[in-house]
Design a binder for this molecule. Structure first.
Ligand SMILES: *[C@@H]1O[C@H](CO)[C@@H](O)[C@H](O)[C@H]1NC(C)=O
Ligand SMILES: *[C@@H]1O[C@H](CO)[C@@H](O)[C@H](O)[C@H]1NC(C)=O
Ligand SMILES: *[C@@H]1O[C@H](CO)[C@@H](O)[C@H](O)[C@H]1NC(C)=O
Length: 392
């Protein structure tokens, strides 16, 4: 630029007089100096900006790196904590099953192996209190992993009316062989189903919503429409059957898609949980007549089907258990009381101990205040603590 200006100057000077020439030269010289100054200032600024930018970039890089490291450390820490919690839970389970700790385990063993005769007196008093039905669940007091037998999905239960030590296993969601063990202890000690009496049912069952009630197996028959079968376990014959009186049914819990009707027994009788296309969002409850298989009464509960895995009924109150698609801890998150004494807000948020997968069934036994749960092939007992329903 400077060379060009000088050339220009030379060219101009050829056609100018001496004085004019000098003035122009001075003027241009000044302009050039000014331009040079500005260029050098500009240079300085750019290089300062460049340095600043570089420093800023370096700082950012360092910051990002340390953030990344922090996040990594946090993640590893969380992982370790998670594994440790898991391990502690499993160790506790193991300890519970190996050497029963005094209060819970004593009750555990008692409930697991009740001698029909020896407990009769005690249970009479208990049952009299239960049939008043003023109780609600307050917490899960203890758990016991009894056995791992069978596939990921299934159901196990005792008779919920006729006090007996016998325990029944419905392995799978579309089978027809029911296994009867003489007692929970015998089930725990058996290597496989060979010690069990196997009962060939006349039809395949569907889902995990069965019940053993007063000497009968109640189950839903696999087929186009949902038929309830009442099977006499003593003489091995179908005592009754009826089409379930609901239309356009959908699976009752979205996390257990095989179960359309979930039969549940409590102190007050036999119930059915189901859902229909009419109100696809929520679970319906029906009171069933165990003799005629008719619906005696019916309620729309406010409990959503979405992310529900199972439910149980206790003292006329439905407790719906939820989980997530990626199994985490099961919890009771919706409660429906037919007498409006317990609401979801009043009921304690019940968390189940972390287990293997989701519960494919939870069957309440009112005689023992136990829940028979099936979780990924594990047969688990949960002991419930009760409290009085709030007085209205
Ligand atoms: C239990 O059911 C599963 C399928 O869910 C099956 O693979 C397994 O063989 C069954 N076990 C017994 C003992 O019937
Ligand atoms: C209860 O079970 C016992 C033994 O299985 C049986 O003898 C009795 O008849 C049953 N009672 C009812 C009401 O089913
Ligand atoms: C089974 O027992 C019931 C009474 O409990 C009776 O009505 C029925 O006829 C019996 N069925 C068979 C096949 O013996």
């Amino acid at each position: 630029m400077r060379a060009f200006l000088i050339l220009l100057l030379l060219a101009a000077s050829l056609c100018l007089s001496g004085a004019q020439h000098q003035a122009l030269m001075d003027y241009l010289e000044q302009r050039l100096l000014a331009i040079e100054d500005r260029i050098s200032v500009w240079h300085e600024q750019t290089s300062r900006y460049a340095t600043e930018l570089r420093e800023f970039k370096q700082q950012m890089a360092a910051l990002t790196e340390s953030l990344e490291k922090g996040r990594e450390a946090l993640r590893t820490e969380l992982d370790t904590v998670g594994t440790r919690v898991d391990r502690v839970e499993r160790e506790m389970d193991y300890l519970e099953t190996q050497n029963p700790a005094p209060p819970c385990a004593e009750t555990d063993d008692k409930v697991v192996e009740q001698e029909v005769t020896s407990v009769k007196e005690k249970s009479k008093a208990k049952y009299a209190k239960l049939s008043d039905c003023k109780d609600m669940v307050s917490s899960i007091k203890a758990m016991k992993i009894v056995k791992r037998m069978g596939g990921p999905k299934g159901m196990w239960t005792k008779d919920t009316v006729n006090r007996s030590m016998k325990v029944y296993i419905f392995n799978g969601t579309a089978e027809d062989t029911l296994y009867e063990f003489a007692s929970v202890r015998e089930l725990a000690a058996s290597a496989d189903m060979s010690h069990a009496r196997s009962i060939e049912l006349p039809f395949l069952w569907s889902g995990t919503g069965h019940a053993i009630y007063n000497g009968y197996a109640y189950y839903v028959k696999e087929g186009k429409e949902f038929q309830l079968i009442k099977y006499d376990l003593q003489n091995g014959s179908v005592a009754d059957s009826a089409v379930f009186p609901a239309e356009a049914q959908v699976p009752v819990y979205t996390l257990s898609p095989e179960t359309y009707i979930d039969l549940a027994a409590d102190e007050e009788g036999l119930w059915a949980l189901y859902a229909t296309k009419d109100d696809e969002r929520n679970i319906c409850l029906a009171k069933m007549d165990p003799d005629t298989l008719d619906m005696e009464d019916m309620w729309d509960t406010p409990c959503p089907r979405e992310n529900a895995e199972a439910a149980f009924v206790m003292c006329g109150t439905v407790y719906v258990v939820y989980n997530t698609k990626l199994p985490s801890r099961s919890r009771v998150q919706c409660v429906f009381d037919i007498n409006d004494m317990v609401t979801s807000e009043e009921a304690p948020l019940l968390y189940f101990p972390r287990r293997y997968s989701t519960h494919s069934s939870l069957k309440y036994n009112p005689l023992e205040k136990l829940i028979y749960a099936w979780d990924d092939g594990y047969q688990i007992l949960y002991k419930l603590a009760m409290k009085q329903k709030p007085v209205v």
